[in-house]
Design a binder for this molecule. Structure first.
Ligand code: IPM
Ligand code: MG
Length: 370
């Protein structure tokens, strides 16, 4: 009997707890029906942690995250905590986890499911069948670079400073993940930076070129400036297979890419670190949508991004490909029947809430397993 998989659930704020409630039903379903069992721990993060224990994440929570086989995250942030100083903000919860667990590779898919092709604000012929993956560096660059801060100039002005900084090692390790991923997909990798204006961008380009030539000669590597990439993503998104880019550009471009699909409420993500000596890779999974305070507590949030994040968890942390694919199929099938949460509502469809959507996904899993 293999040991139970240890999951740490961090629902966080806003719609995080609501969508986490639904994913728990899916986790329970997998535990009941498939040859895998989970030990689940739940903890506070973000504003919920500020309210409960006075800071956005505690050392104990970080330790639990390190001890777990995988972390499933909800979302953090909300107007209630907007006035707090920088170091106390809810966002520090996720940034601390990325840094402390060494989660340097953030995988953000943008996938247009057939039943939702009309949900995009772009024309169906532009986005139909879209399937791209952004690999965003997540523990370096301007998010963490030193020097940083606000200082005072002799003339009485203040000066805000953040530093974009990357070493070859940091570029190579995220690059390898992106190349490997491209190898499992269509074999095309586009590396994105601003080598025309930033030294760190030029180093990024040179390092990716050398890495590709040395270790991944079979992958078609191309390069693009980040501003052009933003434009190309809207003009013709299907030209991309895998994109690899820095922390800040990845933050921007992944929001853009996710909106090509028409619903933030559908998109999962994974953030991975380096495997340890025993081969265990730290990993955190989270929906892209964030805490959505405007709809929190109303029971209308789409739980699918969180459910699909759990599918990614099964695939990446436990190589449970069949179970992951089954959950993805269940989500697509439910959408195809015309049941929709408000964010992906379309003419002729039936609007349902968060809990009912969870129920439908579980029912569909029962059907698929029968
Ligand atoms: C994201 C978010 C975070 C980021 C915030 C919440 C710190 O925007 O995951 O994309 O900027 O990385
Ligand atoms: Mg973001």
């Amino acid at each position: 009997m293999p040991a139970n998989k240890r999951l740490l659930l961090l629902p966080g704020d806003g719609i995080g707890p609501e969508v986490m409630t639904e994913v728990r039903r899916v986790i329970d379903w997998v535990g009941r029906n498939r040859a895998v069992s989970f030990d689940i721990t739940e903890d506070f993060v973000g504003g919920a942690a500020i309210d409960a224990v006075g800071k956005p994440i505690t050392d104990e929570t970080v330790a639990r995250a390190k001890a777990a086989d995988a972390v499933l995250f909800g979302a953090v942030g909300g107007p209630k905590w907007d006035k707090l100083g920088f170091a106390q903000r809810p966002e520090i919860g996720i940034l601390t986890l990325r840094r402390e667990l060494g989660l340097f590779a953030n995988l953000r898919p943008a996938l247009v499911l057939d039943p939702l092709v009309e949900a995009s604000t772009l024309k169906p012929e532009v986005v139909r069948g879209l399937d791209l993956m952004i690999v965003r560096e997540a523990t370096g660059g301007i998010y963490f670079g030193e020097p940083r801060g606000v200082d005072m100039l002799p003339d009485g002005q203040k000066r805000g400073i953040n530093t974009e900084v990357y070493t070859t090692g940091e570029i190579e390790r995220v690059g390898r993940i992106a190349f490997e991923l491209a190898g499992k997909r269509a074999g095309r990798l586009c590396s994105v930076e601003k080598a025309n204006v930033m030294e760190s961008g030029l180093l990024w380009r040179e390092t990716m070129t050398a890495l590709g030539a040395r270790e991944f000669p079979g992958i078609a590597l191309s390069h693009m400036y980040a501003d052009n990439c933003a434009m190309q993503l809207v003009r013709n998104p299907r030209q991309f297979d895998v994109i690899v880019t820095s922390n800040l550009f990845g933050d921007l471009l992944s929001d853009l890419a996710s909106m090509l699909t028409g619903s933030l409420g559908m998109l999962p993500s994974a953030t991975l670190g380096a495997p340890d000596a025993r081969g265990k890779r730290p990993a955190l999974y989270e929906p892209i949508h964030g805490s959505a305070p405007d709809i929190a507590g109303k029971g209308i949030a789409n739980p699918m991004a969180e459910i699909l994040s759990f599918a990614m968890l099964l695939r990446w942390s436990f190589t449970l490909e069949d179970e992951a694919a089954m959950i993805e199929r269940a989500c697509t099938n439910v959408l195809a029947t015309g049941l929709r949460t408000p964010d992906v509502m379309a003419p002729g469809c039936t609007k349902i809430g968060t809990t009912d959507m969870g129920t439908e996904v579980v029912k569909e899993l029962d059907r698929l397993a029968a």
